[in-house]
Design a protein around this ligand. Structure first.
Ligand code: PGA
Length: 248
């Protein structure tokens, strides 16, 4: 299975021109036969960008109808989008997304033939209370309830307290690769309990939270992550392309 490197631009940049510039610079440097690279810009830039695999940062669970402001999986598919990030911690935090809603979204994404990237992770308070494993387990069991999965499915484990917080140049305190590996094994174990070993092994587990050019290799080698969900560093093409190179 190739490593998967996903650029999550979040609500950046603020102009079409900048979006095209960043995309073109990534396109030049990030082409790789050995790594799957996915760029997830804000929805409105999706039709402007081509030449790399595209993903969306969110979607609604209905196909069409009276849902002001929403975008459906079918609309994304029609644009040529291949991946959709679901349940990102910022969606959960700022828009109150629940595991039940995440579950509906995952079902809709799969029904449209798109590849979901399910984000799970604990925040600082949950970490301090020692609730990390319980939180992850609930997010997986409720979020993926009743869903058949395979190699089209990716779980992104993001320690929320390690996310760079919107500043593309800031890197937060980082967990050691050993700690990340331990949590990834825990996640893999839950997936095995839900789906059996064979199916669980076909699910990619990637890591997110201040992934950058300086730490990518360490995580890939020592935490055995299968790729990254990259926020801040994905807006800096040199850094992002370096992450892709590390994953080859
Ligand atoms: P970061 O963001 O790489 O800026 O920490 C990751 C994410 O939130 O997806």
């Amino acid at each position: 299975m190739n490593n998967l490197i996903v650029a999550n631009w979040k609500m950046n940049p603020t102009s079409q021109k900048e979006a095209k510039n960043i995309f073109d610079a990534i396109k030049k440097g990030a082409k790789s036969d050995k790594v799957e690279v996915v760029i997830c810009p804000p929805f409105i830039y999706l039709p402007l960008l081509s030449g790399l695999t595209l993903g969306a940062q969110n979607c609604f669970w209905q196909e069409s109808g009276t849902y002001t402001g929403e975008i459906s999986p079918s609309m994304l598919k029609d644009l040529g989008v291949k991946y959709v990030i679901i349940g990102h911690s910022e969606r959960r935090k700022y828009f109150g997304e629940t595991d039940e809603q995440v579950n509906k979204k995952l079902k809709a994404v799969l029904a449209a033939g798109l590849n979901p990237i399910l984000c799970i992770g604990e925040n600082a308070e949950q970490r301090e209370k020692g609730e990390t494993e319980m939180i992850l387990k609930n997010q997986l069991i409720i979020g993926m309830g009743g869903i058949e999965v395979g190699d089209n499915f990716t779980v992104a484990y993001e320690r929320i307290w390690a996310i760079s917080g919107g500043d593309p140049y800031k890197t937060k305190e980082l967990p050691t690769p050993e700690k990340v590996e331990k949590t990834h094994s825990y996640i893999r174990g839950i997936l095995e309990g839900m789906y059996g070993k064979k199916v669980a092994d076909s699910i990619r587990i990637i890591y997110g939270g201040s992934a950058n050019a300086g730490n990518a290799k360490d995580y890939l080698e020592n935490a055995k992550v299968q790729g990254f969900l990259v926020g801040g560093a994905s807006l800096r093409p040199d850094d992002f392309n370096q992450i892709v190179k590390s994953a080859e």
